[in-house]
Structure formats: C-alpha cells, structure tokens
Design a protein around this ligand. Structure first.
Ligand code: SAH
Length: 244
C-alpha cells in the first residue's frame, strides 16, 4: 500500500482540478509503473504549468497506459519573473547544462541564437524542451520554460520588443567595474551570453547601440559560457528577480 506522500513529480499536458482524471501517455506510464514501480492508490504530484501542483492518486495501472485522479491542490501556480535567457549553443553536454540550470534558476523562455562565432549550429528544440521539463519536475517548479528554435542573433535583435531590457554579458568588460548599478524597475528582461569564441566587434557595437541594453562584466575572470549563464542568472535574480 502506498505511503501518504507523492514520491514522484510529473509534468502533464492535461487539465488539473478537483476530481479531474488524467490519462497517462505511454512514456509517463512506463516511467511511473515500469521505472518508479508505483501501484494503484499511490500518490503522484502533477503540474501542467497552468493549474498549480496537484496530488493525484493512481486509479488504473497498465503497461503503456494508466489513469490518475486529482485529489487536491498541493501548491498554487507560480511563474518565474519575466526573464529570457538568450545564449549561443555550445557543445551538447554544456548546452544541456545551460537549459537545465536556467530552468532551476527561473526563466520564462530560453532562446538559442547563432552568433558570428557560434561553434554549434545544432539545437534540438524537442529534446531541450523535454530536458527543461525534467529539470522543472526535479526542482519543485510549477512552470517549465518555453524553448525556442535556434535563430540568428541579428534577427532577434532586429525584432527586439520595446521595453524589454537586455543584460548583455560582455567578456570585453571582464575585470572592469561595469556591473549593473542602476535601479531598474523594468518588468521584462533578457540575459545574453555569447559563445566560447565571444562576441565579434560588429555584434558588440550593434548591441551597445540598442536602447534597452545594459552591459555588464561578470567579474575579473573569463567564464565558460555555461558558467557565465548561471552566474548572470544569479546576479539578476538577486538584484531584480525572485531571490529578493
Ligand atoms: N573567448 C572569449 C570568451 C567567451 S566566454 C574570450 O576569450 O574573450 C563566453 C561568454 O560568457 C561571453 O561571450 C560572455 O557572454 C560571457 N562571459 C564570460 N566571462 C565573462 C566576464 N568576465 N564578463 C562578462 N561576460 C562574460
């Protein structure tokens, strides 16, 4: 017989609400019953990014299917601040790390961009979306960021939404005192991290001319792109985000 607490958290697409039945996908059934060995009556924590977290009970167990029924809401729906992470994909394992860590640190959207010196033109959106969902399941979030397809940096900047501030992490400022000092009350933000090769002079120049850009150093040492992403997210969350 089951313990009284859910030992598994699962992201689902279905609606969640009182008494709501949730049919499981093939993969979810395999994970719950094949891998985690759950049985009828066991409890699972569910979230869908819209309805908060719900405790649900297993009512039907199958090899490739199953049904859960929502019992009660266990956490309200929360969203991370309206922050995007814009970054140039690096090697696969490091890109995986960036997507996972950005989800844990709290962002709404992840936008991979091709820059002049980007060393990878492969970015598998579906795989990274699954990766972000897994990170959200593990860290207790009720929201998983949306992963966008790879696009050229200049196209993204050309369509930049008015009023969204961009924290441009520029390795050329390493070791300077250029850290964000102004007390911005902007609600919409993005962080930009470059590739292992850094930004080109052209890119740097056009970024610096944009109205909503704030340039920053991330300290005296040159960080790898994956370290820089986590460092910038910590800096931003503690200054303007939900760590305050
Ligand atoms: N090859 C480049 C470094 C690129 S590091 C060079 O040697 O100059 C990858 C990205 O991480 C950079 O484009 C930048 O966005 C960020 N980054 C790393 N260290 C940083 C620092 N000290 N200050 C600001 N940004 C940094």
């Amino acid at each position: 017989m089951a313990g009284k607490r859910a030992k598994v958290r699962l992201f689902v697409d279905a609606e969640l609400g009182p008494g709501q039945a949730v049919p499981l996908s093939r993969d979810a059934a395999h994970y719950l019953f094949g891998v985690m060995r759950l049985e009828a009556d066991d409890l699972v924590a569910l979230f869908n990014g819209r309805d908060g977290e719900w405790t649900a009970r297993v009512v039907s167990v199958g090899k490739r299917k199953g049904i859960l029924v929502c019992v009660q809401q266990s956490a309200p729906q929360t969203l991370p601040p309206d922050l995007w992470l814009v970054f140039a994909p690096v090697k696969k394992a490091r890109t995986d790390f960036i997507v996972e860590k950005a989800t844990e640190m709290g962002v709404r959207r992840i936008l991979p961009v091709q820059t002049r010196f980007t060393n990878s033109d492969r970015f598998r959106v579906e795989r990274q979306q699954a990766h972000a969902i897994e990170a959200a399941e593990q860290c207790g979030a009720t929201h998983a960021p949306t992963i966008e397809p790879l696009q050229p940096l200049d196209r993204l900047l050309g369509d930049w939404p008015a009023g969204r501030r961009l924290l441009f992490c520029d390795e050329a400022l390493a070791g300077t005192s250029a850290t964000p000092k102004d007390a911005s009350d902007a609600q919409q933000w993005a962080i930009l991290i470059g590739p292992e090769g850094g930004f080109s002079p052209d890119e740097r120049q056009s970024l610096r001319q944009m109205p909503d850009v704030m340039t920053t150093s991330l300290g005296p040492r040159i960080l790898r792109a994956d370290t820089a992403a986590v460092a910038a997210l910590a800096l931003w969350q503690s200054r303007w985000g939900d760590w305050r």
